[in-house]
Design a protein around this ligand. Structure first.
Ligand code: CTP
Ligand code: CA
Length: 247
């Protein structure tokens, strides 16, 4: 058996990885969700653990077992994911947001299961026969907000050390253009762009075909590989960005 990486290149580091998709409740039995399986995030967490990091895995509801030796923080909604990230951010060295965060949530959550046919006050959302609508409101952008917070004047800063930030982008078209916009808007160290229109890459697959986009404009095109291998490639690129550690 291998000894978990006490002397790995992430030894002594605290890293936060978000994984899976968030669930935004409609009523006690229904939610708005997405197809994220959590595999990429869990692979990132396991790889960081093996390299010696203290790993906090903030995960939406997924069908994967808790990885051994990782601090798992289960969340359901985007708002809960944001709270969890903020709770751990102050002494973290790295944040990798591989989670598929829901962009919108229902404006209100029904306290009782919504019935197909209802009348009066229970008929919220129901307009005409055979139609039903749910009002949605936008969720906060977790990475976008952090860019604002970390760029604020020192007095307002919630953290003193440099936080390496990595984002993901799943796109079905205009992959590079959309990814470049996100990299800049969220002020990331780099962004992992995933073409989810391919059947061998993205949601639920075992493999990923990704591009890495850097703040300086560089783009790296990685070949198709397992999510575990993509995770190793990502950490290889995070390590040189880490600030020198005081001992
Ligand atoms: N992200 C986030 N908070 C959100 C939405 C997304 O932190 N509310 C993060 C994701 O975890 C990912 C990156 O931002 O690392 C890009 O997510 P993506 O959904 O591709 O980008 P959006 O900015 O939401 O843009 P859009 O969905 O419109 O393409
Ligand atoms: Ca989004």
């Amino acid at each position: 058996a291998t000894v978990l990486g006490r002397r790995g290149d992430l030894a002594g580091r605290r890293v936060i990885v978000t994984a899976g998709g968030t669930h935004e409740p409609i009523d006690p039995v229904r939610y708005i969700g997405n197809r994220s399986s959590g595999k990429m995030g869990y692979s990132l967490a396991e790889e960081a653990r093996d390299r010696g990091a203290h790993v906090i895995l903030v995960t939406g509801p997924v069908a994967l077992p808790d990885p051994y030796g990782v601090e798992v923080q289960p969340v359901e909604t985007a708002l809960q994911m944001r709270d969890a990230v903020h709770r751990f951010i102050a002494d973290a060295d790295v944040l990798i947001m591989s989670a598929a965060v829901a962009d919108f949530r229902p404006a209100t959550q029904a306290t009782q299961k919504i019935k197909k046919r209802s009348s009066g006050a229970q008929g919220r959302g129901q307009s005409e026969e055979g139609e039903f609508s749910i009002e949605l409101v936008q969720n906060p952008d977790i990475l976008g907000e952090l860019a604002q917070i970390l760029n604020a004047p020192p007095a307002q800063k919630t953290t003193c050390q440099r936080l390496v930030r990595v984002g993901f982008a799943a796109e079905t078209e205009h992959l590079v253009a959309h990814a470049q916009t996100k990299l800049q808007q969220k002020q990331l160290d780099f962004l992992v762009a995933n073409d989810v229109s391919r059947s061998d890459s993205g949601f639920g697959t075992e493999t990923n075909k990704v591009l890495l986009l850097y703040a300086d404009g560089r783009i790296e095109d990685l070949p198709l590989m397992s999510k575990a291998s993509v995770a190793a490639e990502i950490w290889d690129r995070v390590v040189p960005l880490l600030s020198v550690q005081e001992q």
